[in-house]
Design a protein around this ligand. Structure first.
Ligand code: LLP
Length: 420
């Protein structure tokens, strides 16, 4: 169910009216729903718990989607693990109370220092993406007198049919090791003294609304597991990455977690493999919105603009991927609409959050940019010396600030002028 809904003509987050949040904390503001976050994780846990192949499965939330400590802490308390891609994310999840034994470390460019930190705290698995990477890991583990558990991220070469910038499993991608090289690489990994082969991993892309490519990828990975077993190389877990999509338009239908996972679990049944998943967007995307206020209405010669106080620096997705986010009035007005380009104050033509949106607006109105919980704040920047937005979490009728609005002083605190 959605936890952002109109009540008496006013958009609410759970039991809290959004204008109250705007008044108390200002705009732009990221607003999350605790219930929505909890329910999206529960959907995964329920499906896994109901299938025999889901026993012992681990849902590792992809921290990059939204790394706020409160969100990480909430997921940790609900039993999730974490998929991290940097030492910074590792420190974050530890600060949020994560169990290191539930952490997988992805990414193509792990530094020796990041590997050392992860080995010291004892993470569950390193997802390895190249030969030089595994050699570096072997060396770092040797120096520490440890054995590093690894999966190789195999590129199954399937087309996820999503935006090219977020497709990762094609052979042209920088990610993973080529399917045809995987066997040789596993042999090499198995021979390295400080490496323990633990699992196998793949991630084919993001925002997949058709689950069939996942099954195609799994078939290819299972064939590889059989080849490995024939050579005496056993993997204990299979990490299927993230990528399940969400609806970005109110009238869209999103695949259920069951329709995505059950066909995969059926294929895995009886193999005795622990299942690891790395969902990001699906857990947080529709649990957050960006609340913003209309500063001015500008009637242009060819277009009408609604100039708002949020911008591309707050939510990069429309500028970067031409991504669609519904933009809903917080207090909808009756009457005729006009088409507005909803734009920010940043000095770039690409600074829009939506184009040609039929809205009935007045200056000062509040708008909610929907489905902004994933890759929203996490990708925000300070371009144009714009302090990043406040983040609040609604829990029933309570509102908690989970990240304060930045101040301009904080933005230049680390800078200094020349002595003369
Ligand atoms: N695992 C790995 C190895 C990944 O690279 C990613 C996302 C995930 C898991 C989580 O994928 P998800 O479940 O969120 O689809 N900034 C883009 C999305 C980039 C995704 C990068 N990798 C966007 O705003 O659409």
């Amino acid at each position: 169910m959605t936890h952002f809904a109109l009540k008496n003509g006013v958009l609410h987050a759970e039991a809290v009216a959004l204008p109250t949040i705007a008044e108390q904390f200002g705009t732009p503001a990221y607003v999350y729903s605790r219930a929505a976050l909890s329910e999206s994780l529960k959907e995964f846990h329920d499906v896994l718990g109901a299938h025999p192949a889901g026993a012992g499965a681990l849902v590792c939330y992809a921290v990059k989607a939204n790394s706020n400590l409160a969100i990480l802490n909430l997921f940790a308390r609900l039993g999730a693990g974490f998929d991290i891609v940097s030492g910074g994310e590792l420190q974050r999840v530890l600060a949020a109370g994560a169990d290191p034994q539930k952490v997988v470390f992805s990414g193509v460019g792990k530094t020796a220092a990041e590997m050392k930190l992860a080995l010291e705290v004892g993470i569950f698995c390193f997802n390895i993406e190249s030969i030089p990477e595994i050699e570096r890991l072997n060396e770092v583990a040797g120096q520490l007198g440890k054995t590093a558990p690894v999966s190789l991220r195999v590129n199954p070469n399937v087309d996820p049919k999503t935006h090219p910038y977020i497709s990762t499993g094609l052979k042209e991608a920088k990610f993973g090791v080529a399917y045809d090289d995987a066997l040789a690489l596993y042999r090499r990994a198995a021979a390295l003294p400080n490496i323990a082969v633990a699992g196998i991993d793949c991630h084919i892309g993001s925002q997949l609304l058709d689950p069939s490519p996942f099954a195609e990828a799994l078939d290819r990975i299972l064939a590889l597991i059989d080849q490995l077993a024939a050579e005496g190389i056993q993997v204990h877990h299979i990490d299927l990455g993230g990528g399940l999509g969400i609806k970005y338009r109110a009238d869209q239908v999103q695949p259920t977690v069951a329709s995505y996972l059950n066909p995969l679990l059926d294929k895995l049944h009886g193999r005795g493999l622990k299942v690891v998943l790395e969902p990001g967007r699906r857990l947080v995307g529709n649990a957050g919105l960006l609340l913003t206020r209309v500063e001015f209405l500008k009637e242009g010669e060819a277009k009408n603009f609604a100039i708002i106080d949020a911008a591309m620096n707050d939510l990069m997705r429309p500028a970067l991927y031409e991504a669609w986010h519904d933009i809903d009035p917080v207090v909808p007005r009756a009457g005729a609409t006009r088409d507005y380009d909803v734009v920010g104050p940043v000095c770039e033509t690409g600074d829009f959050l939506g184009q040609a949106r039929p809205l009935n607006l007045q200056a000062g109105d509040l708008l909610a940019v929907m489905s902004a919980g994933a890759y929203g704040m996490a990708m925000a920047s300070n371009y144009n010396t714009r302090p990043r937005a406040v983040e609040v979490m609604v829990d029933g009728d309570q509102v908690h600030v989970i990240r304060q609005r930045e101040t301009v002083e904080q933005l230049y605190a680390g800078e200094s002028v020349l002595p003369q």
